[in-house]
Design a protein around this ligand. Sequence first.
Ligand code: NAI
Length: 332
Amino acid sequence: MKILFFSAMPYDKYFFIRENEQYGFELEFLETHLGPHIVNAVEEGTPVVCTFVNDKLTEEVIGILAAKGVKVLALRCAGFNNVNLEAARKHGIRVCRVPAYSPEAVAEHAVAMLLTLNRKTHKAYNRVREQNFSLNGLLGFNLHGKTVGVVGTGKIGKAFCRIMAGFGCRVIAADPFPDADLTAAGVEYLPLTEVFAMSDIISLHCPLAPESQYLINRDSLALMKKGVTIINTSRGGLLHTADVIESLKSGQIAYLGIDVYEQEEKLFFKDLSGSIIADDTIQRLMSFPNVLVTGHQAFFTEEALQQIAQVTLRSVDQLCNGKPLDEAVILV
Ligand code: NAI
């Protein structure tokens, strides 16, 4: 039975081929994103399509997939804001996902961004390679004793809180559903506005939803301490990028680390080193010396990729062979 992969990178192939040894599915990998421009190229009789975060599964795309005989849509990611689930339901396509893959991977990347920005190890690395051992411009600050505000304390936010507590930070958090383990460990839950006002460092770990879109905007930035550090490994749409750029210019934000960007689908996961980038906003962001951008790599560890391949192929096997289903992975 064939599984057709979109947005497939060499590392996807490696982990899926290895995991597939126990299933024996026929795997076909395409590098292109799935969207209206390519969906007609899907061959008739392809039972399973496997996609990632930036594939566009609109009503039109899902209708065409259904007409071509697709029965299962396997998302090899947790988020499904790019999938029209209603259309899948209407066309009788089952949809599964990987609800969690190594939350520690994302939390640890958020910490890596924070330490890089603060201790400027990326600049020191380049400097010493040119035999420049001067310390001018490398001054950082201690994390110990700082107040860290965590927005969203689900799987990833919880892992992040624990690491920051280990650094000796005061950890405060906002989440409509406080976590009892974290409260017991000394994390203080406060209203979001207080978290914004009291934090030296703010890290975002809540999902993107209509109520959280542009959570970081002109008004919320005005509540924050001057010189705040903001880390976003969650979704680009949580930041109002133009307002953030103004706050970087005024010094309201001292450091910004982003692994996600609102318009990332045109950029991330591609080598554009020989191209002219038309997106002036990302270019402006990357021009600040106190901004660190990574290309949606927070999840990118061996443990996470292995888990993604394991859960995806097990779900396809369960769905296609009438085996008992692991309900947590099924969306439709
Ligand atoms: P989760 O579902 O375990 O936790 C999310 C938490 O956010 C929940 O506790 C929820 O109550 C809280 N929340 C929801 N709306 C909120 C709001 N407006 N204010 C404060 N808290 C709010 O999700 P998980 O697994 O921790 O993932 C968090 C996010 O991380 C995902 O939504 C995704 O956007 C992002 N992510 C990024 C990855 C990357 O590679 N950069 C990889 C995986 C996830």
